[in-house]
Design a protein around this ligand. Sequence first.
Ligand SMILES: Cc1ncc(COP(=O)(O)O)c(C=O)c1O
Length: 344
Amino acid sequence: MTVDTERLRAALAPLARVALGTWPTPLVPLPRLGEALGLDLWMKRDECSGLAMGGNKARKLEFVLGAAIAEGARTVVTAGPITSNHTMMTAAAARRLGLHCIVVLGGRAPATATGNLSLTHLYGADVHITPMDTADPSTEDLAAAQQLSARLVAESGGYWIPPGATMPSSVPGYAAAVLEVLDQLGGAWPFDEVVVAYGTGSTSAGVYAGLALAGLPATVRAVAVSSRAAMARFESQSPAALVQAAIDLYGWPSALAEGPARCDWVRPPDEPGYGLRTAGSDDALRRVAREEGYLLDPTYTAKAAAALFAMASDGRLRPGARVLFIHTGGLPSTAAASHQETTS
Ligand SMILES: Cc1ncc(COP(=O)(O)O)c(C=O)c1O
């Protein structure tokens, strides 16, 4: 296997970027869970990314806000569900860079703001709440949120950042994470599989782009955390389609079809909906805490870990596979506060 680290580095080097995170994030083994699952299991701790209590948005926003500032933006407008990590982290990143941030949140305004909503206010964002059932959003509510966002962009002249910062210019964020792992390991890539939560898609697309650009024979397992029906309504794009959009934007070599990297979009048929915990995700959160002493969040990383466990037991991850799990954050929301643990 030839690892083309320099092609990946060269693809990222010319892109506008601002500094938001603390890199590299730790890369740690999960030996007890790995042994129980029959895997060589590692975790990339992006919950330690250093922006607003950590998470995957730090990597994406370095490139998205880099592009926004290069275009002269003074205000950014973004959107997400009321529990959104993305909008909270965008608010924090905007303040670090001296930008104004306007946020549209779908959901129901609580009597008292907690978690990410409270933090989004704390970081000084201008917050607009529009009604929505976030686990099962109706087409009408999604359209109303889009109209409100469009109106605020028009009125403010702000730079539009879609939910999850999922746009072609955020794909380099997780391609840079692949480069970071390569650099951490002295140019080696010892993983067959990368397991990561899929919400709006640019995290998994970025990993896929990084693997493809470096010519790595590994598969991304992008685990959806929303129901299939909801994903159809908000018109989720596959990671491959997003990577193609980034290739078109940056003129990157069209490495996808030719190379050995693969992407498997895992959409569990029994996924009940965004933000709804399952027996599997509760179990995964508890197992990772008890076996390894790391905290997952219930909305994203616990669901991705649950899928990892399921794929190990049904053979989609072959025995002995070398697996990298990406902890994408989400802790402010937070597992510790909302997870009801029994004391028995
Ligand atoms: C903590 C956390 N993990 C994973 C994701 C999924 O990332 P993406 O939207 O890029 O698929 C998100 C956001 O959507 C998130 O906030």
